[in-house]
Design a protein around this ligand. Structure first.
Ligand code: INI
Length: 159
């Protein structure tokens, strides 16, 4: 590997990077923790609050629509999708979770913008809690780091 060219996005955000978070209200207790973890992780790495926008939507199914409008605005360098789809609560879990993921990746590809996917899809409340600041970490914070890295990578690859 020593003789190959490797390109990786840095984990330090550039001062001008702008982040848009789309977060669903369904399972708000969980999603609130994802938002807190995400915003905290961005701020800890030096991102100013004025460079972070949080848009709320009713459920995970609506995330892609808001993400598309935000991407179309040109106001963001990366988006972060946050939500919680819990199987125990819905017979249409697979539709909501599947369409959310499909919609978000379509927006990313169609509008050429990195989108970090921090939407939990779990079997139970307990599994979701564990990933929202519990034993399995905070997927909102992890998504923030992904967004930082992907903005830097996108800039590297655009050169
Ligand atoms: N939305 C979620 O974000 N998580 C869920 O677990 C969920 N369940 O259980 O149904 C859910 N449903 C709502 C859905 O996202 C839409 O808001 C709704 O279908 C209206 O379009």
């Amino acid at each position: 590997m020593a003789d190959v060219r490797q390109i990786e996005g840095e984990d330090i955000p550039s001062e001008d990077a702008r982040f848009g978070i789309i977060a669903s209200r369904f399972n708000d207790e969980i999603v609130g923790k994802l938002i807190d973890g995400c915003v905290r992780a961005l701020k800890e790495r030096g991102v100013a609050g004025r460079r972070i926008t949080v848009v709320r939507v009713p459920g995970a199914y609506e995330i892609a629509f808001a993400a598309r409008r935000m991407a179309m605005s040109g106001d963001y360098d990366a988006l972060i999708a946050l939500g919680a789809v819990i199987r125990g609560e819905t017979p249409h879990f697979d539709y909501v979770a599947g369409e959310c993921a499909r919609g978000v990746s379509e927006v990313s590809a169609d509008l050429d913008i990195p989108i970090a996917f921090g939407v939990l899809t779990t079997e139970s409340d307990e599994q979701a809690e564990a990933r929202a600041g519990g034993a399995m970490g905070n997927k909102g914070s992890e998504a923030a780091l992904v967004a930082i890295e992907m903005i830097n990578l996108a800039r590297e690859l655009a050169r």
